[in-house]
Ligand binder design. Structure first.
Ligand SMILES: Cc1ncc(COP(=O)(O)O)c(C=O)c1O
Length: 384
C-alpha cells in the first residue's frame, strides 16, 4: 500500500491507489463474500469488521479511491444513487427546510415532493442558475440542507457551487452536491465549498451499465455525517461485495472514459449548434452558452458526456428522431460506454420542467463521426 505522494489523478485511478491484494500480492483486489466476521476471545473484533450490513472489506478500495478523487475525508458506497441521496435527507429532522433546484434528477425531486414532504421535510425548489431566487427562499434557523445538481439533468444549466456554499454556510446549513454528471475528473465540489458529494455510481463511476451503485463523500466528520453513516448501517442500503468489486474495476478506466465521452459530446454539440434541423443544443461546453464563464470556472479538462438536442418541429418530431436513431440506443440512464437517447418529458411525466421537444443524449465512447452520422440520418428521415 505504500505509494509516492505526488501521483497524478489519472495514475491513482488506473492503479486504484496502487494497492496490492494482501494474501498473494495480486494487482486486483479480492472479493470478501462473508457477511459476518469472528470475534476474538476477549470479545473484540481484531480487524474492525463485524457484519456486512455495516461494512464489507470489498468496499475499502473503491471508497478510498473516491475520497481521493473528490478531495474529501471519507466515502461510503450505497446500493444505488437514490439510496445514497436518501441517507442524506433521512439525517434531517421533521420540520427541517431544504432548498433544491427546479431542474434536477426527476426521481429525487418526486421523492422530495411526496415522501420527503410526508415525513415533514419541506423543500423550496428554485430556478436553476438564479442566485437571487436562492437567497430569497432561505429560512434562517429552519434551512438545514441545500441540495445542488450541476450541470442539472436534463437542461445542463449550471449553478455556482461556491455561491451556494456561501448561502448554505451563512445560514448554518450543509451543501450537498450531486456530482454524477460532471464526475470528479471535471468538477470537485468540495474544493468549491461543498460539504457532501453524491454520485449515482451506476453512471460514470462504474461506466458499463451493469452495476447499480451510489456513493457519498464528506468534507468533514461532524454529527451530520455520523448520522448518515448510521443511516447506512441501520438501513442496510449497502452494495453486495461482487458489485462493489465490479464498481472498482469500472472506476479504474474513469479518466479515459470521461475524456473520450467529453470529446465526442463536444464534437456533436459543435456540429449541431447551428444545424437547420435543430432548434437548440444544450451543452455547457459551447462557447455561445450564456453560462460558459461559469463552466470554465468549475469544470476542468472537459465538459462531460451529457447534452440535449431539441429538433425543429416540436415533441412529435423529437419522438420520431429518437425512433430513427440506429446507433444511439433508446434507453434511460447515462454514463455507459454505449450512447443512449431519451425523450425525457415523456419519462418524467406531469409537472416536469423538461422541454417537450428535448432529447437527452448520453454520449458514449464510439467514433464521433459515426454518432454524428446517426443523428444526421435520423433528422433527415423525419423530412422524408
Ligand atoms: C443525476 C442523477 N442523480 C441520481 C440518480 C439516481 O441514481 P440511481 O439510479 O443509481 O439510484 C440518477 C439516475 O439516473 C441521476 O441521473
Amino acid at each position: 500500500m505504500s505509494k509516492r505522494k505526488d501521483w497524478k489523478v489519472e495514475t491513482e485511478i488506473a492503479q486504484a491507489l496502487g494497492w496490492l491484494e494482501n494474501s498473494y500480492k495480486g494487482v486486483v483486489p479480492a472479493i470478501y463474500p462473508s457477511t459476518t466476521f469472528e470475534r476474538s476471545e476477549d470479545g473484540s473484533y481484531p480487524n474492525g469488521r463485524t457484519y456486512s450490513r455495516d461494512h464489507n472489506p470489498t468496499f475499502d478500495q473503491a471508497e478510498q479511491l473516491l475520497t481521493r478523487l473528490e478531495g474529501g475525508t471519507e466515502s461510503l458506497l450505497f446500493s444505488s444513487g437514490m439510496s445514497a441521496a436518501l441517507a442524506v435527507f433521512q439525517a434531517l429532522e421533521p420540520g427541517d427546510h431544504v432548498i433544491a433546484p427546479k431542474v434536477m434528477y426527476w426521481s429525487l425531486r418526486n421523492w422530495l415532493l411526496t415522501k420527503g414532504a410526508k415525513w415533514g421535510i419541506e423543500t423550496s425548489f428554485v430556478e436553476n442558475g438564479n442566485e437571487a431566487a436562492l437567497k430569497a427562499v432561505v429560512r434562517p434557523g429552519k434551512t438545514r440542507l441545500l441540495w445542488l445538481e450541476t450541470p442539472a439533468n436534463t437542461t445542463w444549466v449550471q449553478d455556482d457551487i461556491s455561491a451556494w456554499a456561501d448561502v448554505a454556510h451563512g445560514c448554518g446549513a450543509k451543501l450537498a452536491v450531486d456530482n454524477t454528471v460532471a464526475t470528479p475528473l471535471i468538477t470537485r465540489p468540495i474544493a468549491h465549498g461543498a460539504d457532501i458529494v453524491m454520485h449515482s455510481a451506476t453512471k460514470y463511476l462504474n461506466g458499463h451499465s451493469d452495476v447499480l451503485a451510489g456513493t457519498l463523500t464528506t468534507a468533514g466528520s461532524g454529527a451530520f455525517w455520523q448520522e448518515i453513516r448510521q443511516n447506512r448501517a441501520s438501513g442496510g442500503a449497502v452494495m453486495g461485495p461482487m458489485e462493489a468489486w465490479l464498481l472498482l474495476r469500472g472506476m479504474r478506466t474513469l479518466s479515459v472514459r470521461v475524456k473520450q465521452a467529453s470529446h465526442n459530446a463536444m464534437a456533436i454539440a459543435t456540429h449541431f449548434e447551428n444545424h437547420p434541423g435543430i432548434r437548440e443544443v444544450l451543452y455547457p461546453g459551447l462557447a455561445s452558452s450564456a453560462q460558459y464563464n461559469l463552466a470554465q470556472k468549475q469544470m476542468t479538462g472537459g465538459f462531460g458526456g451529457m447534452l440535449s438536442i431539441c429538433p425543429m418541429g416540436g415533441e412529435s418530431v423529437a419522438m420520431k428522431v429518437a425512433a430513427n436513431m440506429k446507433l444511439f440506443k433508446r434507453a434511460t440512464s447515462l454514463g455507459g460506454v454505449e450512447s443512449l437517447v431519451e425523450h425525457r418529458a415523456s419519462i418524467e411525466g406531469e409537472g416536469t420542467p423538461c422541454p417537450p421537444d428535448l432529447l437527452r443524449l448520453s454520449v458514449g465512447l464510439e467514433d464521433k463521426d459515426d454518432l454524428i452520422e446517426d443523428i444526421e440520418q435520423a433528422l433527415s428521415a423525419v423530412q422524408e
